[in-house]
Write a new protein. Structure first.
Length: 302
């Protein structure tokens, strides 16, 4: 692999295929993941060589593969088609080619191009939407607007391509928390993600967001306020029972995951953990963490 490897925890057991390295945007205010890695694309010959190695490792075939790294879907349509064809050549039984995708990577692909990629089994795109608030998107320098998000998700819906939503808890800061949550809930209920994954906003040293906090431009939420945002999302999104809530990210204070058929149980668990932490670790929930070493709560996965 070239540089850092980043894949969703929900794809932990899925074979990986490197088609890009680094991030095509790499300008988000909050992110330092690929600061030291220049974006680039793997040559097709390297990709095919990796597929040959995967075929040796999985002689009985695979039904799912995750292509990496940051925003692999930003590759030109023609190259994605060739990658999809190569995967099908080596693994004709493949059912899903999943990857990270950005709104910028989707924006300039036509409906017919997305339909062809869907026919090649591209599906389950992990999209770091972060927010549907234009204030937040501008603050975080995502490079797109809420209108872009709606248009891109409508295209995915039109070709029956599933997506998984990554949302940042606390991204609006104290002053824009309600706007961030309510506008994002509206988006999620309009275009329902197969997996909903909220991540607590964490301020890493070296990020521009860190400078915003230091200067007072960004007023971080406390851990309690971020948990309250998470609960507000859970209480107000209207998803099918077999859609999945993934809240076990390393940034989240209280790890909890499960299918939406268990939504009420997940909400009760998080509230019980809040009460427990208030008793056992007074003041913890009213603090503001700047690092990702969290997970003080119990663990729930349904």
């Amino acid at each position: 692999m070239t540089g850092q490897v980043n894949r969703p925890p929900t794809e932990a057991d899925v074979p990986l295929l490197e088609v890009t390295y680094g991030c095509s945007w790499n300008k988000c205010t909050f992110c330092t993941m690929y600061h030291k890695t220049e974006f680039g694309a793997s040559p097709l010959c390297d990709i095919e060589e990796d597929l040959r190695e995967l075929k040796q490792k999985y002689p009985d075939g695979i039904k799912r593969i995750f292509i990496i790294n940051g925003d692999s879907f930003r590759l030109p349509y023609t190259k994605l088609v060739r990658i999809g064809e190569l995967i099908r050549e080596y693994f004709p039984e493949i059912e899903c080619i999943s990857c990270y995708a950005s709104i910028l990577g989707l924006k300039y692909k036509t409906l017919s191009q997305l339909e062809e990629l869907r026919n090649l089994n591209f599906n389950d795109l992990y999209i770091g939407i972060e927010s549907a608030s234009d204030y937040v998107l501008e603050l975080m320098n995502n490079g797109y607007t809420s209108e872009d998000v709606y248009e891109c998700l409508k295209k995915l819906q039109g070709v029956n391509m599933r997506y998984n939503a990554l949302i940042m808890l606390g991204a609006g800061g104290v002053e824009h928390s309600e706007e961030h949550v309510q506008k994002t809930i509206k988006l999620l209920n309009t275009f329902k993600p197969h997996i909903f994954s909220p991540l607590s906003t964490t301020v890493d040293e070296g990020s521009l967001l860190y400078d915003y906090v230091e200067s007072g431009r960004f007023n971080m939420l406390t851990e309690r306020q971020m948990v309250e945002e998470e609960l507000c999302f859970l209480e107000n999104v209207d998803f099918d029972d077999d859609y999945y809530f993934f809240g076990n990210h390393m940034y989240n204070l209280i790890p909890a995951s499960g299918y939406f058929r268990h939504k009420d149980f997940i909400i009760d668990f998080i509230r019980e953990e809040v009460d427990r932490l208030d008793c056992e670790k007074p003041g913890l929930l009213d603090s503001k963490f700047n690092t990702f070493l969290k997970k003080y709560g119990g663990f729930l996965m349904l």
